[in-house]
Design a binder for this molecule. Structure first.
Ligand SMILES: N=c1c2ncn([C@@H]3O[C@H](COP(=O)(O)OP(=O)(O)OP(=O)(O)O)[C@@H](O)[C@H]3O)c2ncn1[C@@H]1O[C@H](COP(=O)(O)O)[C@@H](O)[C@H]1O
Length: 99
């Protein structure tokens, strides 16, 4: 049975929300959330990281799959924060689908 401790997702999401509410100089999250291209920048990064993850899988490169999936998950968290959807909303939806 899988027993991964994914509490880091909550931790990082909390940091992202804090960056959104209390911008700080030099923050990568703030640079995404305050980009001149608006939400488009975050969406570009989600697309880019998704493509890189797919290529890592195609290459059967486990180290790259882990690295790129982490990039993808992180940018998905930024996307959710930017759109006002919480990690709890996702968790509730996934629990609702359990059978
Ligand atoms: N998990 C991450 C994380 N994953 C990836 N990245 C950044 O995502 C950026 C984009 O990655 P790319 O693969 O596209 O690489 P790149 O070549 O640097 O970027 P491009 O040339 O493609 O634009 C890199 O600069 C990484 O540093 C992250 N930046 C921040 N976090 C978390 O977010 C928190 C807040 O970060 P700050 O807002 O910077 O304080 C941190 O404490 C971390 O927990």
């Amino acid at each position: 049975m899988a027993d991964a401790d994914m509490s880091v997702l909550n931790e990082v999401f909390d940091v992202i929300m804090d960056r959104k509410n209390n911008p700080v100089e030099g923050s990568y999250v703030c640079s995404l959330l305050e980009h001149r291209k608006g939400i488009n920048k975050v969406l570009e990064k989600v697309g880019e990281e998704a493509a890189e993850t797919i290529l890592a899988v195609k290459d059967n490169d486990k180290k790259e799959i882990i690295y790129e999936t982490s990039d993808l998950l992180f940018h998905l968290l930024v996307m959710l924060a930017a759109t006002g959807v919480s990690l709890e909303d996702i968790s509730e939806e996934m629990k609702r689908r359990r059978h």
